[in-house]
Structures are given as C-alpha cells and as structure tokens.
Design a protein around this ligand. Structure first.
Ligand code: GLU
Length: 298
C-alpha cells in the first residue's frame, strides 16, 4: 500500500507492567522502521492506566532501553495516567447520549456466556455508582479492515464481545478506550503492533466510529515464539533487555523483521543498523501469520 510520506504519524505504546523484552522490542522496531521509512513522526506513549499491574521503574527502563537501541522518538512522551479527565469526558458524553450504560454484572456471569456480554444491563438504566462498569453499546454488523500484512480481518462485535467495557468496575479506564482517544488526539495515522492485538482492532474501530473520526491504517506483525506455544512476552517472564547488548540484540531483531541483514552489520553501531533497516524495510515480506517461531540458526 502506498503511503504519502508527509502524512504519517506512528507510535509505540508500551504498558509498564514489565520491562522491555525482546518481544516488545520487535514491535517497537517494526513501528519505528515503518514510520522512518515513510519519513513520518514516531511517538512513544506509556500506557500506565492499569495501576495495580504497573511495575515500579518499568517506564524508565523502557525509555532508557529504546534510547540505547537508537529508537529516538519525536516530541514528549505521553503518559496515559495524566490524561484521565479526557477519557472520563468521552465516557460521560456517551452516557448522556445513551451510547454507553452502567453495568454491575460480575465476571462470573459473563464467563457463563463464553465471554460475550449478553446485554443484561442495557435497558436497566442503573445509576452511576463507583463500583459499576461502563459499557458501550455495539450493533450487530460486521466490522472489518484491511491489515497491511494480515489482509482482511472482520468481526461481528455483537457475537464476538457484545457491549464492551470502557471503564472497569474498579474505576480503571479500559485499554480499548484510552488507546483510541489518544491515537486520535496525537494524530496517529499508522498503527504497527503485535498480532496479539488483532482481535482488539474491531472494537477500536467501533470507537473511532462513535467518535466520528477516520480510522488509522494497521499493520499487525507476527509474535515471535521460541517454541510452539511460548510467546516472548513479559507476562511469561522474558528477560529484560540490557542496553549494553544493543548491537547484537538489534541485529537479532532485524534478522526477523527485514530481509537478510548483512552479517557484518551485527557489529555495527545501532544507528548504522537502523539506517540500513529503514532503507530495506519491506513489511509485506513478513509472513502473514499471527505467530512465528524464531529460527535458531543464523
Ligand atoms: N499497550 C499495549 C501493549 O503493551 C499496546 C497498545 C497498542 O499498540 O495498541 O500491549
């Protein structure tokens, strides 16, 4: 897909529930290369709303590691924890127009419906209460998009999630809402991220529609696993990246993301490796799958 070079803003949006590990580095490098290949802006946003899951020091480690890997961002780092009023304003608006409603259903009741919310509270008109969740109404129609790598992807939200949560019962703003509000506010045109978020995308498209804003382009890169079923994820305790290993680890990332980087590039400084990779970035050559095994050779 041809992208006009002047009209590109991308971002990396890590959650500080863990340190930067190899799996999240791949998402960061892919979004960075795509942005710079299109002479676009590249932003960093810390998605720190789920405060019980935040790990002290993780944001600083993530930012320090990005810099050590030569992944320099444009502008100020945005932290979602400083933007709560914005999200609440959107929720209040939807509550006032009837596009969202309060819900006191327990997780257990929803699991009983295979995780698809059956709409129990839709017409109950529950009043605001601090332990009520807020859900947005969805309509029963296919919602799809053309991912730049994965192709056409669509879901009918009524049967895949049902009316979904934008503010949790514990008062925490849901990722689905915050990510859309911020990507709109920051003028993000292109989202490059891991394919674990493919299933979230139709819900996010629905929110773009409710907010009457154009959706961005998406590119979901495969997640890397070492063995069948083992994702390189912070949740599974992957090791934090060491800034001192930047050259070798970046080369390992480029071997996965770009066509055959020259072996001697592995000893080059990160800036030189990134320059090569920006020029050779061809994401359409990545496998159009959700997960790949990292080859042990090479
Ligand atoms: N904060 C999300 C995560 O770390 C990523 C959000 C996104 O790229 O849309 O999984």
């Amino acid at each position: 897909m041809a992208i006009p070079p002047s009209a590109y803003t991308g971002r990396f949006a890590p959650t500080p529930s863990g340190y930067l590990h190899f799996g999240s580095l791949l998402a960061a490098v892919a979004s960075y290369l795509d942005a710079r290949h299109h002479q676009g802006h590249w932003l960093v946003r810390i998605e720190d709303l789920d405060t019980p899951r935040n790990i002290p020091g993780a944001s600083e480690h993530i930012l320090r590691t990005l810099e050590a890997y030569g992944l320099h961002w444009d502008g100020e780092v945005v932290r979602q924890s400083e933007r709560l009023v914005l999200y609440q304003d959107v929720i209040d608006h939807w509550l006032s127009t009837g596009q969202a409603y309060h819900c006191d259903c327990s997780r257990r009741e929803i699991i009983a419906h295979d995780g698809v919310y059956p709409g129990t509270c839709r017409e109950r008109q529950l009043p605001a209460a601090s332990d009520h969740a807020v859900r947005v109404k969805v309509s029963p129609q296919e919602l799809g998009f053309d991912d730049r790598l994965q192709g056409r992807f669509s879901q009918n939200l009524a049967s895949s999630s049902g009316d979904f949560i934008v503010r949790r019962r514990d008062g925490i703003i849901a990722y689905q809402l915050a990510v859309v509000v911020d990507d709109i506010a920051q003028g993000v045109t292109d989202i490059v991220r891991g394919a674990d978020l493919l299933d979230s995308t139709p819900r996010q498209l629905w929110l773009y529609r409710l907010l009457q804003q154009p959706a961005p382009r998406y590119l979901h890169v495969p997640l890397i696993m070492r063995h069948e079923g083992e994702k390189l994820s912070k949740r599974l305790g992957s090791t934090p990246l060491e800034p001192e290993q930047a050259s070798a680890t970046l080369h390992r990332a480029l071997r996965i993301l770009t066509p055959q980087p020259p072996a001697e590039l592995g000893a080059a400084p990160v800036a030189e490796q990134l320059q090569w990779a920006i020029a050779h970035w061809q994401p359409q050559r990545l496998p159009a799958v959700r997960q790949i095994l990292e080859s042990t050779q090479g």
